[in-house]
Design a protein around this ligand. Structure first.
Ligand SMILES: Nc1nc2c(ncn2[C@@H]2O[C@H](COP(=O)(O)OP(=O)(O)OP(=O)(O)O)[C@@H](O)[C@H]2O)c(=O)[nH]1
Ligand SMILES: [Mg+2]
Length: 359
């Protein structure tokens, strides 16, 4: 816990007392905390869904759990100030990228494995058309094996080539390099037929901010050719780099749609640090994260209690953030909210995806 001062450990209450179902008379919560996602599971039912024992095939109860959670997320985010982030460098990149895409033999679309749907650009299909592409789910170390299996099954079923990668340590990058080259091999077959000399294959690396694009390139090259850092908006310009004699890679700044229509997805971007922090209210985002964590069977109220020694009763994230602020941060809700966010990002609640594929 570092400098995080906690009160003396409390004697844990029996779970029947701590896991209260939401009360109609719960204290006012400015981030709505009621469940709208259909028939919500009660805690005893949730404890029966142990995701770690679920095979890659998505069970009906698991699927309905995630569908309900998505509906709740949409409800919780509705009253909040919309999260939008479209700084000048993204607008410029979008224009340049559309032109550069015409030069690419293959496009590598990188998404955050914790939120593969929220980091999917709504216009990407339109821009790429029939261009050969590879989907990379990066940050594979930040999700569970079950999350990974579920997403692998989902994309493979759709005939989408998916590579799970770790841009920090390099896992998956060699496979990615090989795949990109093999997909674009036809380019040089055509050139030879025309009597032209072969040329390096051109692969564009595109995706949302902070998903690990530059790190993947550095890992592939085994050199720090592109600046990478743990915040969104680090790469500001398009940059071509060579990988040996036969592959050229384009690193690009992370792009987001001008207007994010799905605000639940926007909050997930904020939780995962994939959007500029000026675009959102950290206290609101922290409160929603608490509400999400309290519902996830692998965390739940118990997981929150274990970390902060604060009961999560009433399912109001805002109140939880306030309690944590009073206990540790002199009442500063931004700091307590940031603590929960950074604990989640560091895997202190376990490595978990915030999305599961629809059936
Ligand atoms: N744990 C983990 N961290 C990663 C992984 N890939 C990248 N990172 C870290 O995530 C941070 C962001 O990586 P970048 O490569 O700068 O991300 P980017 O997509 O280029 O970001 P922008 O240039 O801002 O769009 C860095 O601190 C990386 O070390 C991964 O697979 N797992
Ligand atoms: Mg970058």
């Amino acid at each position: 816990m570092g400098a995080f001062l906690l009160p003396p450990p409390l004697v844990p209450l029996p779970s029947s007392i701590r896991f209260k179902t939401p009360s109609l008379h719960a204290p006012p919560c400015s981030v709505p905390n009621t469940f709208v996602g259909g028939a919500s599971l009660d805690w005893s039912q949730k404890e029966q869904i142990n995701f770690s024992t679920i095979p890659s095939e998505i069970s009906a109860s698991e699927e309905s759990f995630w569908r309900d959670l998505d509906a709740d997320m949409a409800y919780w985010t509705r009253p909040l100030r919309p999260v939008q982030w479209y700084p000048g460098h993204i607008a410029k990149t979008e224009k340049e990228l559309k032109n550069q895409l015409k030069l690419m033999d293959v496009v590598v679309e990188v998404r955050d494995a914790r939120i593969p749907l929220a980091t999917s650009h709504p216009q990407m299909d339109l821009w790429l058309g029939n261009r050969r592409r590879v989907l990379v789910l990066n940050r594979e170390d930040m999700i569970s094996t079950d999350d990974r299996n579920a997403w692998a099954t989902y994309f493979t079923r759709q005939g989408i080539r998916v590579v799970f990668a770790n841009g920090k340590l390099g896992m998956g990058t060699m496979k990615l390099g090989r795949l990109a080259k093999s997909l674009a091999a036809g380019v040089n077959v055509k050139r030879r037929a025309k009597g032209l000399l072969p040329r390096p294959v051109r692969a564009g690396i595109v995706g949302y901010p902070n998903v690990g694009k530059s790190s993947l390139i550095n890992r592939l090259l085994k050199r720090r050719m592109c600046t990478a850092a743990p915040r969104p908006g680090v790469t500001r310009e398009l940059k071509w780099v060579h990988f040996g004699k036969d592959l050229e890679l384009l690193d690009s700044p992370g792009i987001l749609p001008m207007r994010i229509s799905d605000q639940a997805a926007a909050i997930k971007l904020a939780i995962c640090d994939d959007i500029g922090e000026r675009s959102y209210d950290v206290a609101d985002v922290g409160a929603i994260l608490v509400q999400m964590l309290s519902r996830l069977p692998t965390v739940g109220s118990e997981g929150l209690y274990k970390r902060y020694k604060i009961d999560e009763d009433g399912h109001c994230g805002k109140i939880y953030i306030q309690k944590l602020a009073l206990q540790v941060f002199n009442g500063d809700v931004s700091q307590s909210s940031f603590r929960v966010l950074s604990d989640f990002r560091k895997g202190k609640f376990g490595w978990i995806a915030l999305e599961r594929p629809p059936r």
